[in-house]
Design a protein. Structure first.
Length: 95
């Protein structure tokens, strides 16, 4: 497997784990890690949209799905994920 193929598998695996863990997360640490990964992925998609299939897909989907069409929505999503992480921190009690 080429280096780019390994990167694709790693990014896809981490993204799927983050999304799945958000739906079943009951601890603050898992919630934080998942939301920060998604925020990082949004920032990476803005800076390097052609780095992988995931970043290219996220960049194209977000810029075309939200109005007005702009890649700057990726920054808004990254900030929103961080704000959600802060809200979850205030809501959940650390173990």
């Amino acid at each position: 497997m080429k280096r780019s193929g390994i990167l694709e598998v790693i990014l896809l695996g981490l993204t799927l784990c983050a999304v799945i863990s958000l739906s079943i997360a009951h601890s603050l640490m898992v919630t934080w890690i998942a939301l920060e990964w998604l925020a990082f992925l949004c920032a990476l998609s803005f800076v390097l949209p052609k780095a992988s299939l995931i970043t290219n897909f996220l960049s194209r989907t977000v810029s075309q799905a939200l109005w007005p069409e702009s890649r700057y929505w990726l920054w808004v999503l990254a900030i929103a994920f961080n704000l959600i992480a802060i809200a979850e921190t205030l809501r959940l009690k650390p173990l």
